[in-house]
Design a protein around this ligand. Structure first.
Ligand SMILES: NC(=O)c1ccc[n+]([C@@H]2O[C@H](COP(=O)([O-])OP(=O)(O)OC[C@H]3O[C@@H](n4cnc5c(N)ncnc54)[C@H](OP(=O)(O)O)[C@@H]3O)[C@@H](O)[C@H]2O)c1
Length: 238
């Protein structure tokens, strides 16, 4: 496959490594230094593009890439409030788009466990649900996109919780997400249910960024030749 990378930072570089190992060709790398190359003509030579820039540039990049008609995988976090708008644009423009707050295979299985556990715990008010996420200090958004996905999965299943908050809270209707920033830490997410008699915890720990990069390349392979909005559930058949 011919791939274009939008964002050539820590993730972009590892995605390139994994893409080459899987016999793909990286025909375009867009970064802050060569934004002039982000053109329809250049993008249309790629079978798919992969965007990992960050919260402040993702929306504009995604909109542009979709209007250029290239199938797009996006991993930038911190812009979820505009995701629904983008998904509508994808349908209107007959594009192909896959967003994931976390591309690792392990986290996507962890999401399924989280949903199952949330359903099992919903009838048990003695257990207080909470989320903790630990990332490196360079991470620009807080809480992590993965923690927000975990929280939303719990909110959909537990009627006692009405909203997530990114701080300690005494309000039983708040689902706490506690964010810690420390180095080095590619990413740990903990979902915990605590009662006076016992606790139940599920934990996912990323050891490196390679898992995210592999998932993103697999997503691009999946998206080639497709139309519409997809998720990692589709890629992994979960
Ligand atoms: N979904 C997942 O599985 C997953 C996994 C890991 C990370 N992420 C997310 O992916 C994003 C990138 O992470 P990272 O660790 O690779 O960050 P990073 O090392 O800061 O890389 C981002 C790169 O994008 C460049 N950039 C900034 N604005 C741009 C623009 N408008 N157009 C093109 N390139 C631009 C940056 O250039 P400058 O440095 O010159 O600004 C930088 O090289 C973050 O939002 C992070 O949270 C997601």
């Amino acid at each position: 496959m011919k791939l274009a990378l939008i964002g050539y930072g820590k993730m972009g570089k590892i995605i390139e490594e994994i893409a080459l190992l899987r016999n793909h060709e990286v025909i375009l790398k867009i970064d802050i230094s060569n934004l002039g190359e982000f053109t329809k003509e250049n993008l249309s030579k790629a079978d798919a593009a992969i965007e990992f820039t960050g919260p402040h540039s993702a929306y504009e990049n995604v909109k542009k890439a979709i209007s250029y008609g290239v199938p797009l995988v996006c991993g930038s976090t911190g812009w979820l409030d505009r995701l629904d708008e983008i998904k509508k644009t994808v349908v209107q423009e007959n594009g192909a788009f896959l967003y994931a707050s976390n591309f690792s295979i392990g986290v996507n299985i962890f999401f399924e466990l989280n949903k199952k556990l949330a359903t099992l715990m919903a009838p048990h008010p003695d257990y207080e649900a909470g989320i903790r996420e630990i990332h490196h200090t360079q991470k620009k958004d807080s809480p992590s996109g993965t923690a927000i996905t975990l929280a939303e999965q719990i909110l959909e299943r537990n009627s006692r919780k009405k909203r997530w908050v990114n701080e300690n809270s005494d309000n039983v209707e708040d689902l706490e997400i506690i964010s810690e920033r420390t180095d080095p830490a590619p990413g740990t997410h903990i979902v915990k249910y605590s009662s006076t008699v016992d606790d139940i915890e599920i934990i996912h720990t990323a050891h490196s960024r390679k898992g995210f990069a592999l998932g993103a390349v697999m997503a691009a392979e999946f998206l080639k030749g497709k139309k519409g909005n997809y998720s990692m559930k589709d890629v992994l058949n979960l």
